[in-house]
Design a protein around this ligand. Structure first.
Ligand SMILES: Nc1ncnc2c1ncn2[C@@H]1O[C@H](COP(=O)(O)OP(=O)(O)OP(=O)(O)O)[C@@H](O)[C@H]1O
Ligand SMILES: [Mg+2]
Length: 561
């Protein structure tokens, strides 16, 4: 059997692993996800749980949980979990052993020929952190791994997979801006014939990560919640017992997800235990709250560039890594510093582990003179990209509308409403007969509310379809045909619409991207910010935001359904 290589990026929040065999690199899925939570939890019998098992157990047993083993590894030799003392090396070893075990299983028990681990650029050879990481790898049965700094790995990936006519010439410099879950790292790298080397000392902030953005989001939520009912908010945080603990755990998870959603949506609604109404947080207020943190991170990159003896405009490019870098405001701030939108391709988290694999001798070499994508500022706005595979939002069918068909809206007497592009949902003779009977005023009020919700859903569905049409992306999303049924709750009506709206936004970002290679959500944000110059497309983007607002407001109005 052919040999294979394994790379692991052990992150503060998430760990990713990738394998390379026969020149083909692949990010590993574990528990159904490419991001394995790095959190660990000690079981009652002393077993260190990892991945989804750890997440589940952690909700019940926060005292036996180490949420950030990477930070623990830096800070101390051992931690107290419940009543037991555990070495931080063992905690990290458990995570490494878990992902390595999954990889080995996929290769029928065959051991990897080579193992590469990534690490923050600030962890220096001979230092305590790298010594502990190496020890953890050995305890996980991985032998002595190769070690690659995270920004160096990311740079290898970007260069290896780049295309275009602008190479990083020997001696040329690139910046890496890595905003992960628990730490923020910056580095400037100089191109050498055989790869990259650090130019100047790397920078960053060990106390700045996506978690701090979660905390800023929480502050906003707390302000709204206290304004509505301060006692309920205080009770939520002061109550004792497992139910209260679980509510808090779920709220923290929801906050992280809502923060991430604000990278795509102008507003989000959160359900908070004890409140009847959902609480709404807008991207505008979130961006205002995190602006000082983001500005600090950009200033840190500027300092790192200065330490390397360069200026921002002398860099060939700056690459974004770490999932927090998906925050659109970060791209905008960096564009102000650099004069062009910084490079982000692929999944900004996975680029580290994929790049680590490409540093292995014998793999696709990153040491040759590899070309980078063209610089965004040299290109100006581009016409729509060429053919792209269809993006079909989940929950939406893609019926091929018959030629000349028109959208049909039908209401049956029982209240069903169907919106179909080019299809009649039900022939009139199939419509159920009305069943008149005694109806109380409560029944009538409920029926009226349901009818209003269906009406709202129908209107929004039609507007989404019209936006897709006006943006010229209907072929990417397919015909939008949500079926709205009597008895659907407002949430059941709303969810597919949210998904559809996201799908249309993604399609617009894909088709109208100003710079090839930008992830669609960043492209969409760049387009949004320049909408004043975009004519019809700019108006379409305003309609897109308006629908998003309508969806959020509609849900906030209908919490009881
Ligand atoms: N779309 C998104 N927009 C904004 N933030 C996001 C998005 N997706 C994920 N995040 C945040 O990114 C963080 C995790 O990033 P990542 O997985 O790159 O970190 P890590 O590698 O575990 O940490 P580190 O590199 O600091 O050790 C989390 O805080 C998560 O909420
Ligand atoms: Mg990381």
């Amino acid at each position: 059997m052919t040999g294979w290589d394994l790379a692991i990026d052990f992150g503060t929040s998430f760990t990713t692993a990738a394998t390379l065999t026969r020149g083909r690199a692949e990010v590993l899925e574990i528990d159904g996800s490419k991001y394995v939570p790095s959190l660990v939890c000690l079981d009652d019998d002393g077993t260190i749980l990892t991945g989804r098992d750890a997440v589940n157990e952690a909700a019940m047993a926060p005292d036996r949980t180490e949420r950030v083993p990477k930070r623990a590894l830096v800070a101390s030799e051992q931690v107290l979990l419940g009543a037991r003392t555990v070495t931080t090396v063992d905690l990290v070893a458990a995570v490494l052993a878990r992902v390595a075990g999954e990889a080995v299983r996929r290769f029928s028990g065959q051991r990897p020929s080579r193992v590469v681990l990534t690490h923050p650029a600030r962890w220096q050879a001979g230092g305590t952190e790298l010594r502990r990481l190496t020890e953890a790898a050995e305890r996980a049965g991985l032998g002595e791994p190769d070690l690659v700094a995270e920004p160096v790995a990311a740079a290898h990936h970007y260069v290896r997979t780049g295309s275009g006519d602008q190479a990083v010439p020997d001696g040329g410099m690139i910046g890496v801006y890595d905003f992960g879950g628990g730490t923020f790292d910056t580095a400037v790298l100089r191109r050498r014939r055989d790869g990259f080397e650090l130019a100047g000392s790397p920078g960053g902030d060990v106390a700045l990560g996506g978690e701090d953005l979660d905390a800023a989001f929480m502050e906003i939520l707390a302000e709204h919640a206290e304004a509505l009912d301060a006692d309920t908010w205080n009770t939520l945080w002061e109550a004792e017992g497992r139910v209260a603990e679980r509510h808090r755990t779920l709220l923290r998870r929801d906050i992280t997800q809502a923060k991430e959603a604000l990278s795509r949506l102008p507003a989000v609604n959160l359900w908070v235990a004890g409140y009847d109404d959902e609480i709404r947080v807008t991207r505008r207020e979130y961006e205002k709250a995190v602006e000082p943190l983001l500005a600090r991170s950009v200033a840190e990159l500027a300092d790192t560039v200065a330490r390397a003896g360069a200026t921002p405009d002398a860099l060939v490019d700056v690459y974004l890594t770490g999932s927090t870098s998906r925050t659109p405001r970060i791209s905008a701030l960096l564009a102000d510093l650099l004069g062009h939108v910084p490079g982000m391709r692929d999944d900004p988290k996975a680029v580290v582990v994929l790049g680590a694999l490409s540093t292995i001798p014998g793999s696709v070499s990153a040491t040759q003179h590899v070309r980078l994508p063209p610089r965004a500022r040299d290109q100006g706005r581009r016409p729509p990209a060429g053919p792209t595979p269809p993006l079909t939002p989940v929950g939406f069918a893609v019926p091929a509308p018959p030629a000349g068909a028109t959208e049909t809206v039908r209401r049956s007497r029982s209240g069903d409403v169907t919106v179909r592009a080019g299809r009649h949902h039900k022939p009139a003779d199939e419509e159920p007969a009305d069943e008149p009977g005694e109806r109380t005023s409560a029944d009538r009020a409920s029926a009226d509310r349901e009818a209003a919700d269906r009406e709202a859903a129908t209107g929004i569905a039609r507007e989404i379809a019209a936006i897709a049409d006006a943006a010229g992306v209907s072929d990417l999303v397919g015909a939008l045909s949500p079926t709205v049924r009597a008895g659907d709750t407002a949430e059941a009506l709303r969810r597919p619409l949210v998904v559809a709206l996201e799908g249309v936004g993604t399609a617009i970002g894909t088709r109208h991207t100003p710079f090839p290679g930008l992830p669609p959500e960043i492209a969409l944000q760049v387009l949004r910010e320049g909408r004043a110059e975009l004519g019809v497309l700019g108006q379409v983007l305003t309609r897109l935001d308006a629908v998003s607002e309508r969806l959020a407001a509609w849900r906030a109005r209908s919490p009881a359904t």
